[in-house]
Design a protein around this ligand. Structure first.
Ligand code: COA
Ligand code: NAP
Length: 271
């Protein structure tokens, strides 16, 4: 009999936006801990490749193409995943989009696109997953961002969307707690070798500047986030709900960042 609180053998993990980066790293960590894993993302190729990578390690995994902005697609994916692996024990919701742009250079559709993916997408995923969650016992983990706390120039869309995600976390924790469902937000700092950081720090200079701003003087690693997810989903997190937990080396203590140099570098790419 296992005594580890981090043994997820036979548990079902469902990850929205799970085909790459931090979210896929979380999926890999749970898979190593014994979980069966369902992943969704927009790109059929990307999500199939990610699932195949887990299957190659002997893990039961499913990859389904679904855009979190499309409730019917999310519902279909949840139904398929539930049919295959049973009720969802751990739901990680981390689909997101980002680019650097001054608010005045953002069309209404540019702003809406990020709000739709990050905020409406998180609502769609949580609301539609509710019917498929193990009750009592399920743990929902939203992947937020420091922009939720820190007013950040060139990030009006992400700041608004992630602040909404975090408020959604708190509201659903209050609404769904009586059913034995916990929901928390992890608020990552800058995580090395991810698409998110490539967009915010597109040059070596901007990367170095960002690492120096972090009180712990290093970029985060995907495992830093995955370990917090394992903790929150485990029995050790059993009395934690509605919490917004920075895993950011202390970056949230340092105030607004200056993305003007990074924005200038990336706007050349978008032009
Ligand atoms: N600056 C200003 N506006 C931008 C932009 C930029 N760098 N990049 C995209 N936009 C605008 C587009 O011009 C469009 O607005 P318009 O219709 O008024 O012209 C709007 O945003 C939507 O762009 P589109 O490419 O159609 O959206 P999409 O749904 O195909 O893709 C994105 C969503 C834009 C967020 C895309 O970057 C993406 O797919 N990101 C996922 C990966 C990612 O961002 N990872 C990091 C997560 S933190
Ligand atoms: P990433 O690799 O681009 O991850 C985003 C994932 O979401 C991808 O799997 C992408 O796959 C999927 N996705 C995007 N739009 C989607 C949609 N409409 N529907 C379904 N899936 C969608 O980026 P990342 O940097 O690892 O970011 C992961 C999470 O961490 C995000 O929530 C981000 O805000 C957060 N975060 C990241 C950092 C960082 O330093 N990287 C810091 C703070 C917070 P498809 O392209 O196939 O859809």
């Amino acid at each position: 009999m296992s005594t580890s609180p981090f043994d997820f053998t036979g548990r079902h993990l469902f990850v929205a936006g799970g085909s790459s980066g931090i979210n896929f790293g979380i999926a890999q960590a749970f898979a190593r801990a014994g979980a069966r894993v369902s992943l969704i993302s927009r790109s059929a190729d990307k999500v199939a490749t990610a699932a195949a990578q887990l299957q190659a390690l002997g893990i039961e995994a499913l990859g389904i193409a679904a855009d979190v902005r499309q409730p019917e697609a999310v519902e279909r994916a949840l139904g398929e995943a539930h049919g295959r692996f049973g009720p969802i024990d751990v739901l990680v919701s981390g689909a997101a989009g980002n680019f650097l742009a001054h608010a005045l250079d953002m069309s209404p559709n540019a702003f809406k696109t990020v709000v739709d993916i990050d905020l409406l997408g998180s609502f769609n995923v949580a609301r539609l997953a509710h019917a498929h969650l193990r009750k009592p016992g399920a743990s929902i983990i939203q992947i937020s961002a420091g922009q939720s706390f820190t007013p950040t120039p060139y990030q009006a869309h992400v700041c608004a969307a992630k602040a909404g995600v975090d408020m959604l976390t708190r509201v659903l924790a209050a609404e769904w707690g009586a059913e034995g469902i916990r929901i928390n937000s992890i608020v990552p700092g800058p995580i090395a070798d991810t698409e998110g950081i490539r967009r915010l720090a597109p040059t070596q200079q901007t990367l170095d500047d960002m690492a120096l701003r972090v009180p712990l003087k290093r970029m985060g690693r995907v495992e830093d986030i995955a370990r917090m997810a394992l903790f929150l989903a485990s029995d050790w997190g059993a009395y934690i709900t509605g919490a917004l937990i920075p895993v950011d080396g202390g970056l949230a203590l340092t105030g607004p960042r200056d993305f003007s140099a990074a924005a200038a570098a990336s706007s050349k790419a978008h032009a």
